[in-house]
Write a protein that binds this ligand. Structure first.
Ligand SMILES: [Cu+2]
Length: 379
């Protein structure tokens, strides 16, 4: 049975297409999709993988086929035929990549737009900014004399409209445009940590918690050098730049915890600049916020008592008369006199025994931590 070469070529083309289409969907190179942005980005990535696989198989297939088909036979000492150029072939293999690149550019533009990359809040109109940044003296003067006076306000107008800090990054998607985000978190990148603060509840955390299926806006700042806030499972990455805010706005779609990575070599411990993102149900998220608020309150009261204790220790006016009256314990009185330690300090280390203590000194430091050392000092 002799199959014509056209049929064989057609079959090879069909096989190549099917393998490429399958591989484009099953390459397994991406982590889970935790946001709508991830689905959109993966669509683009899979399309590029499909095309790449097709080209790879075509080129390698022709190469391997030629190695066998056109190999030197035994006893053949002749030169190959002198082939010089083929205009049609040149046109075809230039046109195909041009079409591929154009399609991918339009597709990627569309994906970027759907993610919110062209949100006016997030990425400002660069044309207006450039005009506003032109040097006053020469360029504007030249521009003004060359054009009619009506166009002059157009040049100067952007300067007044861009006093607010211009954000970079992924902003509101076309669906969420003109709507405030459900949750806003301020992200501060520093050598070598991410700090997350929640303006609504006033809490600060080293890990990021957000509720699932909610429109989340992260405002990104950098304290020292450029970092990059990268959420691989969300297909989102944005530089944080000192002095210029950037933004990431997205909707988490999958409950779970995910790595947060710094993707900009920012110093010696850049590799350790990792944190976790917890996407939680609304109930779990609310519970976490409440626990953090409670933690913050308890930390603040502890801080206050520590400050009061430190104030008492730092008080530079020990009084001999007071010491005698507030220190009836003879042993402590001896220590106090011998080493010149104020008795109120000894009181903190070892409260006076109940039998000998007077009411003013017997107040245990733990009962009312904010006032006990002070009252002992000033009694
Ligand atoms: Cu970093």
């Amino acid at each position: 049975m002799n199959i014509p070469s056209q049929i064989l070529t057609l079959l090879a083309g069909i096989a190549l297409t099917l393998i490429s289409l399958w591989y484009g969907q099953n390459h397994g190179l991406m982590p889970v999709q935790a946001s709508d942005d991830a689905v959109a980005v993966d669509g683009l990535f899979n399309a590029m993988m499909t095309v790449s696989m097709g080209i790879f198989l075509l080129v390698q297939g022709v190469l391997i086929f030629s190695i066998f088909k056109f190999r030197r036979r035994a006893g053949d000492e002749t030169d190959g035929p002198p082939i010089e150029g083929n205009v049609l072939l040149e046109i075809v293999w230039t046109a195909i990549p041009v079409v591929i690149v154009l399609v991918i550019s339009v597709y990627s533009f569309d994906v970027y737009k759907s993610m919110g990359g062209f949100d006016p809040e997030a990425s400002d109109d660069p044309g207006l900014v450039q005009v506003a940044m032109m040097p006053d003296s020469e360029s504007n003067a030249a521009f003004n004399t060359a054009s009619d006076t009506a166009s002059a306000p157009l040049i100067n107008a952007p300067r007044h409209h861009h006093h607010h800090s211009v954000a970079l990054g992924i902003g509101a998607s076309p669906e969420t445009a003109n709507k405030p985000a459900d949750v806003t978190v301020n992200v501060l990148g520093m050598q070598y940590a991410w700090i997350f603060s929640y303006p609504e509840s006033g809490i600060t955390s080293g890990e990021l918690h957000i509720p699932v299926d909610k429109d989340v806006k992260l405002t990104l700042k950098a304290q020292d050098v450029i970092h990059a806030f990268w959420l691989p499972e969300f297909r989102l990455k944005q530089d944080t730049i000192p002095g210029q805010d950037s933004e990431l706005r997205f909707v988490p779609r999958r409950v779970g915890d995910y790595p947060i990575v710094c993707a900009e070599l920012c110093g010696a411990y850049h590799g350790g600049m990792v944190s976790r993102l917890y996407v939680q149900t609304q109930e779990d998220y609310d519970q976490w916020v409440q626990s953090q608020v409670a933690l913050k309150d308890s930390q603040e009261s502890a801080k206050t008592s520590t400050v009061a204790s430190l104030d008492a220790i730092a008080d530079p006016t020990p009084n001999m008369g007071d010491r005698a009256t507030t220190s009836p314990d003879p042993i402590r009185q001896q220590i106090s006199q011998k080493f010149g330690i104020d008795d109120s300090l000894l009181n903190q280390v070892q409260p006076a025994t109940p039998t000998t203590a007077t009411p003013t000194t017997a107040t245990p430091a733990t009962a009312t931590p904010t006032t006990a050392p002070l009252s002992a000092m000033h009694s």
